[in-house]
Design a protein around this ligand. Structure first.
Ligand code: GLN
Length: 247
C-alpha cells in the first residue's frame, strides 16, 4: 500500500486530491496504477506527514504556505522528508517555489524555503494575475502530439537558473532567499532533468524552464490540477512514486 499525502495548508490541495483519485480510477486494467493500493490523505500535521510515502505541494501562495508550515511545526519535517528521506515529492507553482534551493524574495519577506531542488526560481515571472495564460506544453507522455497537454499558468514562477555547487557556497544574491543547509545532505546528489520548457506562445519568449525533475523531486510552474486532464498526475504516480518505491 502507498500513502500519497497532499500538503493541505493553503491553496489548490482539493483539486490535486480529486485529480490523483481520478488518475487512479481511470488507470488501464492491469497497469501499475491499477494494481497498487493507493491511499490519498491531506497533510496538516507532522504525524500525517510521517505516514505519507510521497507528497504533493499544491499551488497557492508560497509565503502563506511556508508561514503556516512553520507555525504548525511542519517546516523541518518537510525538509527532512524531501532532502534527507528523499521521498517522492511534486510541487506545483507555489509548491515549486518552496522546493527550490533559492527563490526571489517575496515583497513583504517572510518566505522560508523547504529546498531540495538545486535551482533558483523566479516568482511571478509572467507578472500579475491578469497576465495568467494557458498554452499547450510538450510533456513526456505517449500520444502527446495528437492530444497536447494544456497548462495553466497563474502568477507562475519559472526556473531561472540551475545552481552549481559553487553557487551553493557563494554569498546569496541580493533579493534572493536561500533554503538553509542541512546536515546529512550532499550537494549534487542527482542531475537536474529539464522536463519541459515554454514553447513560443502569446508573445512570450520561448525557452523558460517550467518543469524539472531532480531525483525524488518534481516541480512544475503551472497548475495541472486546474484542467480536466489527469495525465500528468498519472505520470507522476507511475514514474516518480512507483518508479522509486519499486527500486
Ligand atoms: N505567485 C505565487 C507565489 O509566489 C504562486 C502562484 C501560484 O501558486 N499560482 O507563491
Amino acid at each position: 500500500d502507498i500513502t500519497v499525502g497532499i500538503l493541505a495548508l493553503q491553496g489548490a490541495f482539493l483539486e490535486h486530491k480529486l485529480h490523483l483519485q481520478k488518475a487512479i480510477g481511470h488507470a488501464s486494467p492491469g497497469s501499475s496504477l491499477d494494481t497498487t493500493n493507493f491511499e490519498i490523505i491531506e497533510v496538516r500535521t507532522p504525524e500525517q506527514l510521517a505516514s505519507a510515502d510521497a507528497l504533493v505541494i499544491p499551488g497557492g501562495e508560497s509565503t502563506a504556505i511556508s508561514l503556516i508550515a512553520e507555525r504548525t511545526g511542519l517546516l523541518e519535517p518537510l525538509r527532512q522528508f524531501v532532502r534527507v528521506d528523499r521521498k517522492p515529492v511534486w510541487g506545483t507553482c507555489a509548491g515549486l517555489i518552496l522546493l527550490s534551493d533559492e527563490a526571489s524574495k517575496a515583497k513583504k519577506g517572510g518566505q522560508e524555503l523547504i529546498g531540495g531542488l538545486h535551482v533558483r526560481c523566479q516568482r511571478n515571472h509572467f507578472g500579475r494575475q491578469a497576465e495568467s495564460f494557458e498554452c499547450n506544453l510538450p510533456l513526456p507522455f505517449e500520444g502527446e502530439e495528437d492530444h497536447p497537454f494544456k497548462a495553466v499558468f497563474i502568477r507562475a514562477p519559472i526556473v531561472e537558473k540551475i545552481l552549481t555547487s559553487a553557487d551553493a557556497t557563494a554569498d546569496v544574491t541580493e533579493g534572493v532567499v536561500r533554503a538553509p543547509k542541512m546536515d546529512r545532505e550532499l550537494f549534487d546528489r542527482t542531475e537536474i532533468e529539464v522536463i519541459s520548457s515554454l514553447p513560443q506562445t502569446q508573445g512570450k519568449e520561448a525557452g523558460d524552464i517550467v518543469a524539472v525533475r531532480q531525483g525524488n523531486i518534481f516541480g512544475t510552474s503551472f497548475h495541472p490540477e486546474l484542467t480536466p486532464d489527469v495525465r500528468l498526475h498519472a505520470w507522476w504516480l507511475r514514474e516518480c512514486v512507483l518508479g522509486r518505491s519499486e527500486r
